[in-house]
Design a protein around this ligand. Structure first.
Ligand SMILES: O=C(O)CCC(=O)C(=O)O
Length: 275
């Protein structure tokens, strides 16, 4: 076995973290989801000058609260209102995994990295793969540099082909080497990142996802072939999570088509539309 160098403070990685039985149950449950292919903007949140309406690179599903792209993502201190829409709870098995992740974060990270009331109550599920477009398959398995603005540690579970994940200083400039730390995220692994350096000072990205396992993964998605599924668990303070029916009318109307779509496969969303 090769010995791994210790990770810098604020980073944690465990492989494997999920055992085979848990993996197969989680993948079975994932097959029941119908992810959304969201648009970045909407009628009441049109593209700013110089930008244009576009679909996200990949389909997504959120649990705990749904941060619809067209409502803009949670971004304290200014961007906190009407962005995080109350969503389905974690299924029991996933909640048990989240409990384990929270325990590790509290044990491994300095106290100052963990905000008061922190718990991983929000989960973004990203489906990475290729999209069939204009008679060919186009690889969409990447994420550009960004930060997760939710406070406190972020936990990330990976399934399927492994991903090359990097922390970088600033946005990529032509020819400029800006990589701070790189890591392969393996199938069934857990990654955690926390603290000022990894949350605030650096950006992170997924540079590429291998195409080796040739495993059928997740739900069938029209014109899309999934080869990696990633869960990122985050914390949104409860007071910033808003029920759909309490959203102002313009935001409600912007996300209504999504809620309608979700209601076809989820009793939670069906209830939201039932008077
Ligand atoms: O897929 C990953 O490993 C990272 C996903 C990510 O950066 C995000 O959801 O913010």
């Amino acid at each position: 076995m090769t010995k791994q160098a210790p990770l810098p403070t604020g980073l944690y990685y465990q492989f494997p973290f999920i055992d085979r039985q848990e993996r197969s149950r989680l993948l079975q449950w994932l097959e029941t989801l119908v992810p959304l292919w969201e648009m970045r903007f909407s009628e009441h949140n049109p593209p700013p000058e110089g930008d244009k309406q576009r679909p996200l690179l990949r389909p997504v599903y959120w649990l705990g609260n749904w941060q619809f792209a067209c409502l803009d993502y949670y971004h304290p201190p200014q961007g906190i209102l009407n962005r995080c829409v109350q969503a389905e709870k974690y299924p029991k098995e996933l909640q048990l995994i989240v409990d384990r992740i929270e325990f590790i974060a509290k044990k491994r990270f300095p106290k100052s990295f963990i905000p008061e009331k922190w718990k991983l109550n929000t989960c973004l599920i990203n489906f990475y793969g290729s999209k069939f477009e204009e008679d060919r398959w186009i690889d969409r398995a990447r994420v550009g540099e960004h930060k997760d603005f939710e406070p406190g540690p972020v936990g990330s579970l990976s399934f399927g082909d492994r991903a090359f994940f990097q922390f970088v200083n600033g946005k990529t400039q032509m020819g400029q080497e800006n990589v701070v730390f790189s890591q392969w995220l393996e199938d069934s692994s857990l990654q955690l990142f926390a603290g000022d350096k990894w949350k605030n000072k650096t950006f992170h990205r997924v540079q590429r996802v291998e195409d080796k396992r040739k495993e059928s993964l997740g739900p069938k998605i029209e014109n899309f072939n999934t080869r990696r599924i990633n869960f990122t668990f985050r914390y949104v303070p409860e007071e910033h999570i808003i029920p759909y029916e309490k959203l102002p009318a313009p935001q409600q109307s912007d996300i209504l088509p999504y809620i309608e779509k979700l209601s076809l496969s989820s009793s939670y969303y069906k209830r939201l539309l039932t008077p």
